[in-house]
Design a binder for this molecule. Structure first.
Ligand SMILES: [Zn+2]
Length: 99
C-alpha cells in the first residue's frame, strides 16, 4: 500500500503536520485540509527525495497541490460552498457578505 521508499521519518513528519493542522482549524474540515496542504508544502520541497512524502500525504490525508486546491475550492464556490467548507447559512467568517 505505502511506498517502500518513504522513510519513517518523512511519514512521521507528515503525520505531525496533519495533527498540527487539526489543532489549527479544529472546527472545519476544509480548513484543516487546506492548512495541512500548506504545511506540507512548507515542510517539503519539490526535490525528488521528497516525492514519497507527498505521495504518503496524498494517500493518507488527501493532500492536494495548490492548483488542485484552488480547483476544488472554485468548484465548491460554484456549488455555494466557501473556502471553509461552509455555506452562506453557516459560515461565520463572512465569505458571503457583499459590500
Ligand atoms: Zn467561509
Amino acid at each position: 500500500m505505502l511506498k517502500t521508499d518513504l522513510s519513517s521519518d518523512a511519514k512521521q513528519r507528515i503525520d505531525d503536520l496533519y495533527t498540527a493542522a487539526c489543532k489549527h482549524g479544529t472546527t472545519y474540515e476544509a480548513v484543516v485540509h487546506s492548512t495541512f496542504c500548506d504545511l506540507v508544502l512548507d515542510e517539503f520541497s519539490d526535490r525528488e527525495a521528497d516525492k514519497p512524502a507527498f505521495a504518503y500525504a496524498r494517500e493518507a490525508y488527501g493532500y492536494q497541490t495548490q492548483d488542485e486546491l484552488r480547483a476544488t475550492q472554485a468548484e465548491d464556490w460554484n456549488n455555494g460552498v466557501c473556502s471553509h467548507g461552509l455555506d452562506w447559512m453557516t459560515c461565520p467568517a463572512g465569505c458571503f457578505e457583499q459590500d
